[in-house]
Design a protein around this ligand. Structure first.
Ligand code: UDP
Ligand code: MG
Length: 316
């Protein structure tokens, strides 16, 4: 009987032409040493450069390299999901395509799996290479998200993790379009652990996460795991109304006593303040409605325009 495939590596890539070959070499060194077989699935997120060509060339050279490509850029989380849904190994490791997630760490993840964990998460220990701004914004963001969210999310968590095929299947069963994988994985249960790895420098190229992508990813993390912002909007409205009521009483008493309140400033301030609070609350509600809208349309999360080395088509 042929032994089953022990490990799949899933790598979402967007404009990473300079990293593909190098990453493959490094992966191959590690994987051949520790596993009798493996597959590396590159999930090309509609790259505009030669990334997919590079993946095809690697496949011709080594059929253990497989790939799929999107019809356009659908985002890192969609590419991750597409790759995961194609994986067939007993365990599946997801990692970035820029060498920031060190291939040499994969055997450590596998050791934890052998110790009995279904999901082995990782936490980045910041090397000095990580920019101060990125470190601080990420720290504050995770503080905020953990305050707001109902699912604890580890700061400095990365989408570098090992999952058993069973856990991957569960993850893929979750139907939402706005995917914040870190949160979804936390929510899933299973036996989980977390290992620390030292962040590496990007091998080549620059970050593919633009500020807008980052912001949208951040909002997904908060809005898909918590309704607290709605509650905060409600409480703010409530407190402001109580304040307004007290102020009204104060103004009436003053009026009765004959000293009419000289209004300008207080009216202006309260109108502006209330206007701001109202708009903010509408914005919060709008975020949720937009998400409901996106979910009920049930559009596919991505379109795959070409696959290489992946024979069975699976529904997304
Ligand atoms: N990525 C992607 N689609 C995107 C943006 C990024 O597939 O729209 C991939 C990217 O190629 C990399 C991983 O997601 O493999 C993480 O992105 P990046 O390294 O740019 O993020 P950073 O490490 O700077 O947060
Ligand atoms: Mg990176």
């Amino acid at each position: 009987m042929p032994k089953s495939l022990p490990i799949s590596i899933v790598i979402p890539v967007y404009n990473e032409e300079e990293n593909i070959a190098y990453l493959y070499d490094e992966l191959k060194k590690v994987l051949e040493l520790h596993f009798h077989d493996f597959e590396v699935i590159f999930s090309n997120d509609g790259s505009k450069d030669q990334t997919f060509k590079k993946i095809k060339a690697l496949h011709l050279q080594d059929s253990r390299v497989k790939g799929l490509t999107f019809s356009r850029n659908f985002g890192h989380q969609a590419a991750l999901y597409a790759g995961l849904s194609k994986a067939t190994g007993e365990v599946v490791v997801s990692m970035d395509g820029d060498m920031q997630h060190p291939p040499a760490f994969i055997p450590k993840l596998y050791e934890s799996y052998k110790e009995g964990f279904d999901i082995v998460n990782t936490r980045r220990i910041d090397a000095d290479e990580t920019g101060l701004i990125k470190r601080l914004t990420s720290q504050w963001y995770y503080k905020l998200i953990n305050y707001l969210s109902d699912v604890p999310i580890e700061p400095a968590a990365a989408d570098f993790r090992l999952m058993s095929l069973q856990a991957v299947k569960s993850l893929n069963e979750m139907p939402e379009r706005h995917r914040f994988t870190r949160g979804l994985v936390g929510w899933m249960g299973y036996k989980q652990t977390i290992l620390d790895y030292k962040a590496q420098k990007r091998h080549a190229g620059s970050t593919k996460y633009t500020f807008i992508k980052m912001l949208s990813f951040g909002l997904d993390g908060i809005v898909s795991f918590s309704v607290k912002p709605l509650r905060i909007a409600f409480y703010t409205g409530f407190i402001v109304s109580i304040g307004a009521l007290i102020y009204a009483l104060f103004a009436i008493i003053k009026h009765i006593n004959g000293a009419t309140v000289a209004g300008w400033t207080s009216i202006l301030v309260s109108v502006l303040f209330l206007g701001g609070v109202t708009l903010l609350c509408l914005g919060v509600i709008g975020e949720y409605i937009a998400r409901i809208f996106n979910e009920v349309r049930r559009r596919p999360m991505f379109f795959i325009s070409e696959e290489i080395g992946l024979n069975e088509k699976q529904a997304n």
